[in-house]
Write a protein that binds this ligand. Sequence first.
Ligand code: P6P
Length: 344
Amino acid sequence: MEKSQIGTTLTHHVLINQRAHAQRTGEQPSGDFSELLNQIAVAGKIISAEVNMAGLADILGVAGRTNVQGEQVMKLDVFANHTFVEILRRSGHVGIMASEEVDDPIDVPEPHFPGKYAIAFDPLDGSSNIDVNVSIGTIFSIHRRRGPVGTPGAPEDLLRPGAELAAAGYIIYGSSTMLVYTTGHGVHGFTLDPSVGEFLLSHENIRIPEKCGTYSVNEGNTSTWTPATQKFVEHVKSPDASPLGGMKARYIGSLVADFHRNLMKGGIFLYPADAATGKGKLRLLYEAAPLAFVAKQAGGYASTGYEDILAMQPDGLHQRVPLIIGNRDAVELYERSVSAETST
Ligand code: P6P
């Protein structure tokens, strides 16, 4: 039978995978996850339209307040957060949420139905790039709640290791809008066809390429790094170093864009710990853990330098961690350089 000219939609792809899951486990799919992912896609389409209009509408410029991170909040951030909260509340599949833009857990009040999932998201990461037309993104992580559906969710539904995630992914608003997700059975990319308003399968079973030819780090922070981090970055820059020398530098300053490039072409992204505080900048719940889940499913790995990101038990919604993510061999080389330093 000739291959259909109609692309594979997100819904169709989830149903195919759920049938495969049902054959593997004998569990009959409820269709809840498929509906939830479609609602995330709807939110992504709405935000994509606004992001692409941002240069025209009076939506640029600072909204005049700072978020829980102490960062100036752009109007698109506020819009993106509101879009996700409202659409997920109405979905009937979410019992509790966490957002980079909101200090406390976000509930699902009546008349909405608290469903079986707990979702943490960064509604619009890379917001400092919004008004200079650089790619930005949404990052989401999905846990299956422990409590029964119909009852309010609890923070404990969110504060769980990334290894327990039911699904994770991101939407990148760039030259095209792509949704990339995994449920633990491979990483799949869908590109938005704005003419029909559908995300169509464009990258099935994404695997991070073998060669790690790029390093991605803000070298303006070199003076704040530990000696081991400074040594690692010098190593990967040096053409004669082995293994993994001679890498080229690429740094966009938008986590989703830097991560997506490395996922597609191979590379290592570092936002290392500050030597003085031992702390990182990026957030565990809705940046590091979901991207670590995606990276692992694509053959990569993510670490703080000391431990696997997916093994970490979050101690708060907005906990910050160092993040080293990308090709497994490069991340493990970083871990060895850190452990060599701490063992001296
Ligand atoms: P720096 C954007 O504000 C962000 O949270 C990530 O998207 C990005 O990777 C990082 O901060 C960039 O931080 O300190 O290099 O500007």
